[in-house]
Design a protein around this ligand. Structure first.
Ligand SMILES: NC(=O)c1ccc[n+]([C@@H]2O[C@H](COP(=O)([O-])OP(=O)(O)OC[C@H]3O[C@@H](n4cnc5c(N)ncnc54)[C@H](O)[C@@H]3O)[C@@H](O)[C@H]2O)c1
Length: 312
């Protein structure tokens, strides 16, 4: 398997190291010429960790887009991250043009690849990649829900003082303030969290999950989260390259599912060798459904803004 990571910054390089440690395939790190030997340097540094950690994945870095040739999967993390006070939508104009040019390179050099988008604003960037590539929707999807769910899982585990291993959670919707954590589908070893945590406290954990990205941006000051996002990417890539058919929240192009059409949104999906193998529709409370629709409207606005101003 050949896995390319476009954007060798914080998220890209963290994901690359984690994927190498799991021996998911041979990994290529691509960045722009302006960063000099940065992708080569990071790839070499990680390769020199291999004998200590005992992994045989090969890592290579460069600035010539041709190095992604014939990749099975391309992870797109190129783009600017948020600074304090910025929303993910503030990144739209800059990152849309970056994602568009990266997608054109993918079409040219890796026409059969699966594209996993990470760049924010995530849902709209998935749409940019879909429309620019002309790839079928199952081959273009995004990472958001695995990270958002992981944050919720961590907060639940901390609250109950139980192992994170036993906590499952589902967070749907757009990757932003309109995300929709679903307590009814969040459990500790099968026990719904609604039975274990009083509603008022659960609402606080849900709000902290929604603000999870901003909490880290405000602490770091110079950029956004990358360890947990890197781990989330690694988990999704593993599902694809090992054809695991994991059921994970993924940002998928909806074509009627959940009553929504032509919009990217986080939904439960089965991920395997062909990308999104299936979107899994689940019954939602009226409240969750309304929140999902609000989230979709926000994403659709971003998609439309890009079509009007940036898609040429
Ligand atoms: N979806 C998520 O859950 C999630 C989580 C964290 C961060 N993000 C987003 O991921 C993106 C990357 O974040 P980061 O912290 O790694 O930023 P970063 O600044 O550390 O890295 C971005 C890299 O992209 C490179 N780049 C820019 N244009 C490029 C191009 N045309 N081709 C190749 N590389 C290019 C930059 O040189 C830089 O090295 C941001 O948009 C951020 O908001 C998303």
């Amino acid at each position: 398997m050949k896995i390319s990571v476009v954007g060798a910054g914080q998220v890209g390089s963290t994901a690359a190291l984690m994927m190498a440690q799991r021996e998911l395939g041979d990994i290529v790190l691509l960045d722009i010429p302006e960063v000099g030997g940065m992708p080569q340097g990071k790839a070499l540094d990680m390769s020199e960790a291999a004998p200590i950690q005992g992994f045989d994945s090969r890592l290579r870095g460069g600035t010539d887009p041709a190095i992604i040739a014939d990749s099975d999967i391309v992870v797109v993390t190129s783009g600017v991250p948020r600074k304090p006070g910025m929303s993910r939508m503030d990144l739209l104009t800059t990152n849309a043009s970056i994602v568009q040019s990266v997608t054109r390179n993918i079409v040219q050099h890796a026409p059969n690849a699966i594209i996993l988008i990470v760049t924010n604003p995530l849902d709209v960037m998935c749409y940019v990649a879909l429309k620019t590539s002309g790839f079928p929707p199952p081959r273009v999807f995004g990472q958001a829900g695995v990270l958002d769910s992981a944050r919720f899982r961590y907060f639940i585990a901390e609250e109950l003082q139980v192992s994170v291993e036993d906590v499952q959670a589902m967070v749907l919707g757009g990757h932003g303030d309109s995300m929709v954590p679903l307590p009814a589908y969040s459990t500790v070893s099968g026990i719904p969290v609604t039975h274990l945590i009083p509603k008022e406290r659960l609402d606080q954990l849900i709000q902290r999950t929604r603000d999870g990205g901003a909490e880290i941006v405000n602490l770091l000051k110079t950029g956004s989260a990358f360890y947990a996002p890197g781990a989330a990417v690694c988990e999704m890539v593993e599902a694809v390259v090992r054809n695991k058919r994991r059921l994970l929240p993924a940002t998928c192009f909806l074509q009627g599912e959940f009553g929504l059409r032509d919009v990217y949104l986080g939904v439960p999906a089965i991920l395997g060798r062909r990308g999104v193998e299936r979107i899994v529709e689940i019954p939602l409370t009226d409240e969750a459904k309304a929140a999902l629709f609000r989230s979709a409207a926000e994403v659709q606005e971003g998609q439309k803004a890009w079509e009007n101003f940036g898609s040429s």
